[in-house]
Design a protein. Structure first.
Ligand code: MN
Length: 424
């Protein structure tokens, strides 16, 4: 079945040249507008399209999708219908909004209740995240951390090139872009101190990540192969995995990340489908030594997604601190899902899988303040004269991501969060 909406297709909805959301994107999200409950939507340009209203107007008839699927406050029921049906839905949406299709374009009073300016709606969490895993799949990031905290000569631990290292995170604290997060409190211990102290973290950091979301249920005991994995992956969002480095440093031995990682992780509101990302596939870095058979794969599963991180101090302009790319990932998403399930661990629609911090080869492409300011030894100079080793109170962190090729731009919009002082 055709996955890609033709690159030459235009829409009767206005799309600015720099927009992340041409008619070729058709992402999915959940929104609310004044006086109406949350429901499913897509977006073209700066226009949010109410899919429940579109279905009630009969425009999605014949797809075999019950309109009630669009009236939930999560996309879990919709994406749980599977990729084949969602693919047909995307194609139908592209048809309805094709510049030459008069059906809705020329319908009297057509906009009322179906189309909303993006500035007039509130975007909500797109899925209910049942389970959340965070990987550690960027070789540049893992190497940087290894150099900083262990041994430059043996920066990668012996397992790193043999399996996609990960941990099970917490889903309750995954929130949508626009949610402010209070500085976490917890235990920290200075290297020179005998005992730990309690107080607000002094080292709040971001982690630039992408996350993929699964759309199929598997049974306990079942494994998903690398060949099958993309049938289970609905799409991706940008993921800011906020981290408290000082809490992390003290608590993580021997069981790994805990309270340093679950005080808020922030995602972009629109799930961009793998189908929309199809034109931007590319090979990943070579994997040497060769991986075990269950991690081998056919085809290209990296994507050329340009990623930027900005810090915006209160009342100041935003300042870019990182320019990275998802294409650097050493372990790709089909390997991650195959590894997640190789032992028979079951998965569900709405589960989320973070890539791990996405660092590139050069210092301007490092995906966390820990690396950018190199453990505080290379502070970043801000336009207002202040310096940043980590994130200050009232700083906003903004991440944006998009693909571009031969004039076609498909993007994720942004994920934005402000760090507030600790809660009293
Ligand atoms: Mn992370």
């Amino acid at each position: 079945m055709k996955k890609v909406i033709g690159a030459d297709r235009g829409s009767w909805i206005r799309v600015e040249r720099e927009s992340d959301f041409p008619v070729q994107n058709v992402p999915f999200g959940i929104f609310s507008s004044e006086g109406r409950s949350a429901r499913a939507a897509t977006r073209i340009g700066d226009t949010v399209i109410d899919l429940h209203a579109l279905a009630m107007a009969g425009l999605l008839d014949g797809l075999g999708i019950n309109p009630s699927v669009f009236s939930h406050d999560t996309l879990n029921p919709l994406i749980g219908l599977g990729k084949a049906l969602c693919r047909e839905l995307r194609c139908r949406i592209a048809e309805i909004f094709d510049q030459d299709n008069p059906v809705l374009r020329d319908l009297p009073g057509k906009h009322a209740g179906i189309l909303f300016p993006v500035r007039e709606v509130k975007m909500l969490m797109p899925v209910q995240v049942g389970d959340y895993t965070d990987f550690y799949s960027s070789i540049e990031h893992a190497t940087n951390v290894g150099i900083m905290f262990r041994d430059p000569a043996n920066a990668l631990l012996p397992n790193w090139k043999h399996l996609p290292v990960g941990y099970h995170g917490r889903s309750s604290s995954i929130v949508v872009s626009g949610t402010d997060i209070h500085r976490p409190k917890g235990q920290t211990k200075a290297d020179t101190a005998e005992f730990p102290e309690f107080g607000p973290s002094r080292q709040v950091d971001f982690e630039l990540e992408m996350a993929f979301i699964t759309c199929r249920k598997t049974d306990l005991g079942q494994s998903v192969s690398t060949a099958e994995a993309e049938d289970h992956i609905f799409g991706m969002v940008i993921f800011n995995d906020l981290s408290a480095r000082d809490i992390q440093k003290w608590e993580y031995v021997p069981l790994g990340p805990f309270l340093a990682k679950n005080f808020g992780s922030v995602i972009s509101p629109w799930i961009v489908t793998l189908d929309a990302l199809e034109p931007f596939r590319m090979p990943g870095p070579p994997q040497d030594p060769p991986v075990l058979p269950y991690l081998q794969f056919e085809g290209d599963h990296n994507f050329d997604i340009r990623l930027d991180v900005f810090i915006q101090p209160d009342g100041q302009p935003e300042q870019r601190v990182c320019h990275s790319n998802y294409k650097y990932m050493y372990w790709n998403l089909v390997q991650q899902l195959a590894h997640q399930t190789v032992n028979g661990c079951n998965i569900n629609p709405g589960d989320m899988y973070g890539s791990g911090t996405i660092s590139g080869p050069t210092p301007d492409s490092f995906g966390s303040m820990l690396e950018i300011a190199w453990k505080g030894t290379r502070p970043v100079k801000m336009a207002d004269g202040t310096e940043r080793k980590f994130i200050n109170d009232n700083d906003s962190i903004i991440m944006r991501g998009y693909c571009i090729k031969e004039g076609l731009r498909i993007g994720f919009g942004e994920v934005r969060t402000r760090i507030l002082k600790e809660r009293e």
